[in-house]
Design a protein around this ligand. Structure first.
Ligand code: FES
Length: 129
């Protein structure tokens, strides 16, 4: 879903993101970079009973990156790791009411960081057992 401008919903998530924060004692971290612009996204998760109990991110990215990552966190919070793995960037962009095609490469940072954080969690917990 592509539009020429940022939607009202996207701008709301950019101006007032709920998940720009550090998670206390995170269980896992996912960090990714945008090769096109050099911006970095860092996402932290806290997991309990197989579910994402807390989630937060930090980035120097643009409005599309901030809003998408905020939406990723909103979708993922309270979900099981298996459910969270199934989210796609299309789900995120649709939830935000679309975005300009040229910003899609920014919007993927959130979902990529979430996947890396889940991988990090699974790797750490595999080595514990
Ligand atoms: Fe760098 Fe969008 S321009 S994340």
């Amino acid at each position: 879903m592509n539009t020429q401008t940022y939607s009202k919903k996207l701008l709301k998530h950019f101006r007032n993101p709920k998940f720009v924060k550090k998670v206390r004692n995170p269980d896992a971290i996912g960090e990714v970079g945008n090769l096109k612009c050099g911006d970095v996204m860092r996402m932290q998760i806290k997991v309990a009973d197989g579910k994402i109990k807390d989630i937060g991110f930090q980035t120097f990215g643009c409005p599309a990156a901030v809003a998408s990552s905020d939406m990723v966190c909103e979708l993922a919070k309270g979900k099981t790791l298996e459910e969270a793995k199934k989210f796609t960037n299309d789900d995120v962009v649709k939830e935000l009411g679309g975005m300009p095609l040229v910003k899609i490469h920014c919007s993927v940072l959130g979902i990529q960081a979430l996947r890396k954080a889940i991988e990090d969690y699974e790797r750490k917990n595999r080595s514990k057992s």
